[in-house]
Design a protein around this ligand. Structure first.
Ligand code: SF4
Length: 283
């Protein structure tokens, strides 16, 4: 968790604390939390319990990293021709009810002061966002993008309205793991700016839940229609890859045409990568 992230849509990750509680869904519907990679990381590292266990705040020296990146931002921007993106948080949820409110206040203080970084806050608890934002949030800090996860159409319809009612420079949705088709992306005439799409990864192969390439194709077509940016991050497994599922290639052949460097399980759809970013983001 640090300066260089392997996650395709960000540059760096920052975890102000670690630990979280899995979200169950009504009627036993599959949840994006079911195979939480952060929980696996926590068990492996032994650093924190999960669920009702106390969250663990990361160290003071780790908390100084964003200020260092912020000071180095001019050279990042010269090199990359854009601003550095920071994903917060990959091993926790910023809008978790079980987190000390002072920790979140400290986090927003860092976010506000590191204004040369674009902060990407992704939550599965969008219903908490508005009540947990700092009092000076106004129309949204210009350096913050806010997103929520939606693994299928039902969770999209439940969570995205909370996201869209929150003022923010960029609204985004992470459709990962994609566990069902999405259908409508527009809600009451509003839409997010950006959709990230991805298949499930890091799960035992007999447990992995598959993504139908048509779901991604339909979601991207809907993004085109609505003027949203689409980012297909990965297929997660070659068992989802369209070269295998749709055009009858073997996994080995698919790996040559669409190598793992394009994302786990490859990342191409209809012969190309989809790596768009929202036009309203800071350049
Ligand atoms: S919200 Fe994210 S970090 Fe928390 S349990 Fe679910 S997948 Fe894991």
């Amino acid at each position: 968790m640090g300066e260089r992230s392997k996650i395709e849509w960000t540059d760096s990750t920052f975890n102000p604390w670690v630990g979280c509680t899995k979200l169950l869904r009504a009627r036993g519907a599959p949840s994006a939390c079911d195979f939480c990679y952060a929980e696996k990381w926590a068990k492996r590292s032994g650093q924190v319990g999960w669920g009702d266990q106390p969250r663990r705040r990361t160290t003071e020296s780790y908390w100084r990293n964003p200020a260092i990146w912020n000071a180095q931002a001019p050279s990042f921007q010269r090199r990359s021709k854009r601003r550095q993106r920071v994903f917060c948080a990959s091993l926790a949820d910023v809008f978790d009810n079980q987190v000390d409110a002072q920790w979140r206040a400290d986090l927003f203080h860092v976010i506000r002061s590191c204004d040369q970084l674009d902060w990407q806050l992704l939550t599965k608890r969008p219903q908490n966002i508005r009540k947990m934002l700092p009092s000076d949030w106004g129309e949204g800090y210009p350096n913050v993008w806010i997103g929520t996860t939606a693994e299928d159409a039902e969770s999209y319809q439940q969570r995205v309205p909370y996201l869209l009612e929150t003022p923010a420079r960029v609204h985004f949705v992470s459709y990962e793991p994609a566990l069902g088709p999405l259908a409508e992306l527009e809600i009451d005439g509003s839409r997010p700016h950006w959709l990230i799409i991805g298949g499930e990864s890091g799960v035992r192969s007999d447990l992995i839940r598959l993504t139908d390439p048509h779901w991604a194709r339909d979601a991207i077509a809907e993004c085109r229609r609505l003027g949203m940016a689409a980012f297909l991050k990965q297929w997660g497994t070659y068992r989802n890859n369209p070269y295998v599922v749709e055009t009858g290639h073997s996994v080995e052949q698919a790996m040559e045409i669409d190598p793992p460097e394009n994302g786990k399980g490859g990342g191409k759809l209809d012969g190309r990568l989809w790596r768009e970013f929202p036009a309203t983001a800071n350049s």
